[in-house]
Design a protein around this ligand. Sequence first.
Ligand SMILES: C[S@@+](CC[C@H](N)C(=O)[O-])C[C@H]1O[C@@H](n2cnc3c(N)ncnc32)[C@H](O)[C@@H]1O
Length: 283
Amino acid sequence: MSKDKPGTPAGGDAGHPAGAPGDRKEGQKTDQKTGQKSGYTHFGYEEVRVGEKQQRVREVFSSVASRYDVMNDLMSMGIHRLWKRFVIDLAGVRPGEKVLDVAGGTGDLSREFRRLAGPQGLVVLSDINEAMLRQGHARLADKGVLDVPLAQANAEKLPFAEGTFDCITIGFGLRNVTDKDAALASMTRALKPGGRLLVLEFSKPLNAGLAKVYDQYSFKLLPLMGKLVARDADSYRYLAESIRMHPDQATLKGMMENAGLSRVQVYNLTGGIVAVHRGYRLD
Ligand SMILES: C[S@@+](CC[C@H](N)C(=O)[O-])C[C@H]1O[C@@H](n2cnc3c(N)ncnc32)[C@H](O)[C@@H]1O
């Protein structure tokens, strides 16, 4: 696992193979920076109205919730555990700290943070999706963790007072959020001055050879596994497409800085397939 400056230029979404959206009809208004048609956003490669994305994402996670953990292990060959371990170590949660796990789903990060924050600390598991939160609650309870409050909340509008948390994480959640800038601003606001935000997300492979293999894997094997194991090829196709549409390392770093975070560092994992961004709210 290397900590390095991202090898990709700022100012664009992660590359995606042919067949992805890109062409614009003449006369359509587009955002100069993102090339996005106004009033529209992406749901995977599909262009959908901004108001529609949240519902479509909800359908995906409601559909996969009961098989989420097993599919995660299968699709990543267990490697997601190492990526999460890296985030847990980098977060450096200490006894007595307040931690918020945004888009926390089935609670992998929350469980470890709960142990590290100790009896004087607080860990809140938050997610927009009730079905995922229910799975998270059941899984934590199975492991004997009963003191993690749940909050059903949209990352774009977190219902916490300004300056509440020492540490906030969002693991594999940001790419599903419609307004990522709003989510970054909302999470920054909920941090105490001196607090840190860690974003764990799929990113852009640093090496063209790896990118090719990874494309084959995600566009051929993932939907097939989704079909055979979860009987839901579409949700897993969305997964592959949403990863390609997510901002690359440098773009996300810039977005975090725009949200008011400082000292943003990027840690590429597994050749940039995944990246962790950590930034601090300094004032
Ligand atoms: C791929 S799962 C990640 C779950 C968990 N953090 C993990 O790493 O295993 C993505 C999660 O993001 C949640 N999500 C999607 N849009 C969201 C939003 N706008 N606000 C909060 N959570 C959201 C989904 O409900 C889902 O539980």
